[in-house]
Design a binder for this molecule. Structure first.
Ligand code: F6P
Length: 535
């Protein structure tokens, strides 16, 4: 299907006209319309989402919805959920949503019942996790597992580590650690203090061909075998290594027992894979029941996205607002600011989700995009960010739309004397969006806050496994919506390939091969020479 060029639509023209000399006045908009907060606040599963402090009004939303309709966002959404090959550049279905379908559902794709396949693997992951958690699974010397180390990178790391950190108060299994970077410092420091007898490694790699992950897996295997010098090496690897991959044939070559390998499918993108067997470390940490709640939360958001009317469809509306800011108001970045220390890795997780998905310059038919795409996502938990970079959001010259996320229930209800510290924390959350929206007049120009800086507030009762699942799926569908409007394939990632290829080619130059070194550009050559002269 040829993508629609959104910039040719009448609604886009109207938005462009509005954007020219746009002078929003949130103070007046709220004063003139006492129902504004209610009108622009929505519920999606357990999330309460207040869009009213965004630079929007009813006419603007109508135009955005008209663009979504003309661009075929709903049809593309249906196609994705049905398992059509919407990842056209790789000719693949995109079915992370099938990973969280209940066991009673059915979905046939390319002649295969994917729900049955998903639940078969899920059942094996759950059984494995139960045996590790109960102590039934032991290391080669008979001791139960105390620490699980996930070895993976990108989607095979960011989802597991983010979710583990977020759900720590719900974790009652062995501790988890994560190794991702090929910088040997990562493996060295992560393994520090661990006992090989009680450590289990999960090698997580969709392709089982990623340089970083396989190198780290080999480093960990050596560390294990050195530490268990008296044990049979093959048996030690079988008892201390399991794998998660779509390439199960490669797993056995590493020495991992195929019975301890958990598969998934090419229709699960790496950055969409936390809900597949890639989440095994999380299942071990929080247990199968809570992981099932996590999946149910994702499914609840999927259902909202699939069935809620467009004018109340939260991921759709948030995605369209991002298009408005990025393409018509020239915002280049988008901040995500969780008022929850537990979500400290959430912005990093979202960077892969959004930027690997929508950082594209051609559309799905190969033609050039007609608008800017993929804004830079970034953020840090409040209140740390307040004392670091909020200055620029409040008074800088750039427009930075920001999502604020907070929970009514604290994970740790601590008091400082009579003061409920969570209330102090939430007061900051409310204060920041108020200051950004309404600003402050002052006779001293340095102390003027212009206001009219757009924010979305997302609240939920508590950061439970289900709510975390809802948040992840919310951002997946926001990302989808933006990609669909722009006409891009949000599910490939060719942009990471060239660097990988060049790194392989440069390996021999770094190791001293004169001919390869001589063939490099002068800058790269001199950098490698600098390195070689100091080693
Ligand atoms: O290089 C990017 C990427 O392909 C990501 O999309 C992916 O999540 C990551 O590498 C890891 O890949 P794998 O799971 O195959 O090791």
């Amino acid at each position: 299907m040829t993508p629609v060029d959104p910039t040719e639509l009448g609604a886009w023209g109207r938005l462009r006209d509005r954007a020219d000399g746009f002078s929003p006045d949130l103070r007046a908009w709220f004063d003139d319309d006492p129902g504004r907060a209610e009108r622009f606040s929505f519920e999606a599963a357990d999330l309460f989402v207040d869009l009213s402090k965004n630079l929007l009004d009813a006419a603007l939303l109508d135009d955005l919805l008209e663009i979504a309709a003309a661009a075929g966002v709903a049809e593309r959404r249906e196609a994705m959920f049905a398992g059509e090959h919407v990842n056209v550049t790789e000719d693949r279905a995109v079915l992370h949503t099938a990973l969280r379908l209940p066991v009673t559902a059915s979905l046939e794709v390319d002649g295969q019942d994917v729900v049955a396949d998903v639940h078969e693997v899920l059942g094996r992951v759950y059984e494995f996790a139960r045996s590790v958690r109960s102590g039934e699974w032991t290391g080669v010397t008979g001791r139960p597992i105390a620490t699980v180390v996930n070895i993976g990178i990108g989607g095979s790391d960011l989802g597991p580590v983010m979710a583990y950190e977020a759900l720590r108060p719900h974790a009652d299994g062995p501790a988890c650690r994560f190794i991702s970077n090929i910088d040997p410092t990562d493996a060295a420091t992560t393994l520090e203090g661990l006992d090989p007898e009680t450590t289990l490694f999960i090698v997580s790699s969709k392709t089982f061909g990623t340089l970083e992950t396989l190198t780290n897996a080999r480093l960990c295997r050596s560390w294990l075998l050195d530490g268990l010098a008296s044990s049979d090496a093959g048996e030690a690897v079988r008892k201390h290594f399991v794998a998660v991959s779509t390439a199960l044939d490669k797993v056995e070559d590493f020495g991992i027992d195929p019975a301890n390998a958990f598969g998934f499918w090419d229709w699960v993108g790496g950055r969409y894979s936390i809900d597949s067997a890639i989440g095994t470390s999380l299942v071990v940490a929080i247990g199968p029941d809570r992981f099932a709640d996590f999946l149910a939360g994702m499914h609840a958001m999927d259902e909202h996205f699939r069935t809620a009317p467009a004018e109340r469809n939260v991921p759709l509306l948030m995605g369209l607002l991002n298009v408005w800011y990025t393409d018509l108001l020239d915002a280049q970045t988008h901040a995500v600011l969780p008022y929850s220390q537990l979500l400290h890795r959430f912005p990093a997780y979202l960077q892969q989700l959004t930027m690997e998905s929508n950082g594209k310059g051609v559309r799905w038919d190969g033609s050039a995009v007609t608008t800017d795409t993929g804004e830079v996502f970034w953020g840090e938990p409040g209140t740390n960010g307040q004392h670091a970079f909020y200055q620029l959001i409040h008074q800088g010259t750039r427009l930075i739309p920001a999502d604020f996320i907070a929970f009514a229930e604290p994970a740790y209800p601590l008091t400082d004397g009579d003061q409920d510290v969570h209330e102090l924390f939430l007061a900051n959350f409310f204060a920041q969006t108020q200051a950004l929206a309404f600003g402050q007049d002052h006779e001293n120009p340095a102390r003027v806050f212009t206001g009219n800086r757009p924010t979305t507030s997302i609240m939920a009762p508590a950061l439970t496994p289900s709510v975390l699942g809802q948040l992840i799926a919310l951002y997946e569908h926001i990302t989808f919506t933006q990609g669909a409007v722009w006409g891009i394939d949000s599910f490939d990632q060719w942009g990471v390939e060239l660097g990988k290829k060049l790194a392989q080619e440069l390996g021999s130059a770094v190791a001293g091969d004169a001919e390869t070194l001589a063939a490099q550009d002068s800058s790269t050559r001199s950098l490698i020479e600098y390195y070689r002269s100091r080693r």
